[in-house]
Ligand binder design. Structure first.
Ligand SMILES: O=C(O)CCC(=O)C(=O)O
Length: 270
């Protein structure tokens, strides 16, 4: 489903199946520049605790702003706002470099539905769209290089493999799973409840991608803020760990295009 799919068609796909692909969010002649820039920043600021065979940088916006103008590509942002209501917030910006030989990941749903996180909506959770995961294909996504595995329709389950109550083992493939291929510059938009996993990279090339997640204005993100009292209390009461999303540095925020700023305003450092 591409740039020419109507918003209604994309929303139906997202509601019924839990995902859609928005094409040409980054134009074909600009995506290589963004890929090389994100790759360089990730290599420079690589998280030391990233899993083997994966280059990872959370809080990417602090290290690289080359992708920022594309967050407001109209035919992309329209989908996000139609699903979550307006105004929306960016909750996570992460770079993910899946190197040659990277193994298949485990099937999971994302924050705030992943039951391994301190901040999670307990399963069984309600059937509402509360968070979107968008995976930006900076390399073309193919079955060979590890295109994301999804289980269409699984967002309408009230649980996921991270929950003790779920009978499906997170390491087992699911019979109806499929991989989402796409051209570089396309974005896979998923309901964060949807069961998904990284595919195995059986090529010689790295698969370069970003995970940019979006929240509606009403979702509490404070548990992700390093040093916040709410985060400390959540981790203490659940005994679980939580992702950390570093605040957007003031000078980074000041340099963002004016129309992009509202997406990050809630997370600027105090
Ligand atoms: O790398 C992928 O294809 C999947 C990434 C993923 O599972 C995630 O960001 O939650």
């Amino acid at each position: 489903m591409g740039q020419n799919a109507t918003l209604d068609e994309q929303m139906l796909h997202l509601k019924l199946d839990g995902w859609c692909v928005v094409e040409n969010v980054i134009p074909a002649d600009e995506v290589e520049g963004v890929r090389e820039s994100v790759l360089a920043s990730t290599l420079k600021h690589q998280r030391s605790d990233a899993p083997a065979q994966i280059g990872h940088r959370t809080g990417l916006i602090n290290y690289n702003q080359s992708f920022a103008p594309y967050l407001i590509t109209p035919h992309f942002l329209d989908v996000i706002e139609a699903a979550l209501g307006s105004p929306v917030r960016v909750s996570f910006t992460s770079a993910m470099i899946n190197y040659s030989g990277n193994a298949r990941g485990n099937l999971h749903a994302d924050w705030p539905f992943n039951q391994h996180n301190a901040g999670h909506i307990p399963a069984p959770y309600p059937d509402i769209v509360a968070h979107l995961t968008t995976l930006w294909m900076l390399s073309p996504y193919t079955p060979e290089n590890g295109a994301t595995i999804i289980v269409p329709g699984s967002h309408r389950m009230e649980t996921n493999p991270s929950a003790d109550s779920c009978s499906h083992d997170e390491n087992d493939p699911y019979p109806t799973e499929t991989q989402v291929s796409g051209a570089a510059g396309s974005v896979l938009v998923m309901d964060s409840r949807m069961w998904h996993a990284a595919g195995a990279n059986r090529t010689e090339e790295a698969r370069v991608a970003m995970a940019i997640r979006f929240a509606p204005w009403w979702l509490n993100l404070n548990g992700l803020r390093p040093g916040s009292g709410e985060r400390a209390r959540l981790m203490k009461t659940t005994g679980l760990n939580e992702n950390e999303v570093e605040a957007v540095r003031k000078e980074v925020y000041a340099g963002l295009p004016p129309a992009v700023k509202p997406l990050f305003e809630h997370w600027v450092e105090h």
